[in-house]
Design a protein around this ligand. Structure first.
Ligand SMILES: [Fe+2]
Ligand SMILES: [Fe+2]
Length: 331
């Protein structure tokens, strides 16, 4: 079984071809930071209001460490316990993508913050900005929750692992990052920071795939060991998601203050609740909030991503593509 302890090396016969196909699909999505043009953002930054500038500064400070935290959990926990070589291939590719994301945000902060003191402060946000620190502590607590587990021997061990996996996919990549993307697309909807939005399109697609892979692992474990998915696990997942929504909402209050045109902490609360319900339902857990999506610009996101995809230079994909790119593989 997928969570049995060990170091399975057998690729043929392949037990989980779906994971291998996800690895191949991810490679077809190769992009590089150098392709993202941030030049027009610099003039936009000069015309932001103080409230908008505050939001952008906080947002990029969150981006400064978010993907590194995810990469650490991948190495320390996911790679260790998901015991199939084809799944580990996918995780290797995901680790590379997280590195590209870290590089993208490093480049972004270097570009946005020419002043070295300001830059250093943004990179240290996880230490001194309470709303960012609280989110990081939530992540660290879940990384550490598996700290002493070398092997998943008992049902309790496996449930602990599932909670860690679900936390990073549904709450961190699937909620914290989606919240962050919503600010980016709100800015773009107002004609601001198109460079950031264009890089975010690629990060967004990568994160959607990371989340889908993790959910597919959950589905596989559920098929193999249905008894793990008891009422207590459902309850724990719901509580974890509530806590993630609260942490992201505190961040929203910090970013939005008294509100900006089309973006307030109340709007963000509704969006987070809507996204949280989607994650819960995908996991087979009853929705918790029943809130509608308040952000039309996020509904359009898939369409936007699609059109950008075809506008891009073909050469960007020659890294990996042989044959044709088909829609159902990328979206
Ligand atoms: Fe990432
Ligand atoms: Fe990710």
């Amino acid at each position: 079984m997928l969570l049995d302890p060990g170091m399975d090396l057998t690729l043929r016969p392949m037990r989980y071809p779906d994971f291998y196909e996800r690895y191949r699909a991810a490679i077809r999505n190769t992009w590089t930071v150098e392709e993202v043009d941030l030049a027009s953002d610099l003039s936009d930054l000069k015309r932001l209001t103080p409230a908008e500038l505050h939001l952008v500064n906080r947002l990029v400070a969150f981006f400064a460490t978010g993907d590194s935290i995810v990469a650490n959990n991948l190495v320390l926990n996911l790679y260790k316990h998901i015991n199939a070589p084809e799944a580990r291939l996918y995780l290797s590719r995901q680790l590379y993508e997280e590195a590209v994301h870290v590089q993208f945000y490093l480049t972004l902060l270097d570009t946005y913050l020419p002043d070295h003191d300001e830059r250093a402060k943004a990179f240290a946000a996880v230490e001194h900005i309470p709303s960012i620190r609280a989110k990081a502590e939530f992540c660290f607590r879940w990384i550490d929750s598996l700290g002493s587990l070398d092997e998943l021997r008992t049902s309790t061990d496996r449930r602990s692992f599932l909670l860690n996996l679900i936390c990073f996919a549904a709450c961190i990549e699937g909620l914290f990052f989606y919240g962050a993307f919503a600010y980016v697309y709100w800015l773009r909807s107002r004609g601001l920071l198109n460079g950031l939005a264009s890089g975010t399109n690629w990060v967004f697609r990568d994160e959607s795939m990371h989340m889908d892979f993790a959910f597919s692992v959950v589905d596989t474990v559920r098929a193999e060991e249905p008894e793990l998915f008891d009422a207590e696990l459902t309850e724990q997942v719901t509580r974890m998601m509530e806590e993630a929504v609260q942490a992201e909402l505190a961040f929203a209050h910090d970013l939005c203050g008294d509100g900006l045109p089309g973006m307030s902490a109340d709007d963000m609360r509704a969006y987070l609740e809507y996204v949280a319900d989607q994650r819960l339902v995908r996991l087979g857990v009853p929705p918790r909030y029943g809130t509608a999506n308040p952000f039309a610009f996020m509904d359009l996101q898939d369409v936007q991503e699609l059109s950008n995809f075809f506008e891009r230079r073909v050469s960007a994909y020659q890294v990996a593509i042989e044959g044709t790119v088909t829609l159902n593989e990328s979206f």
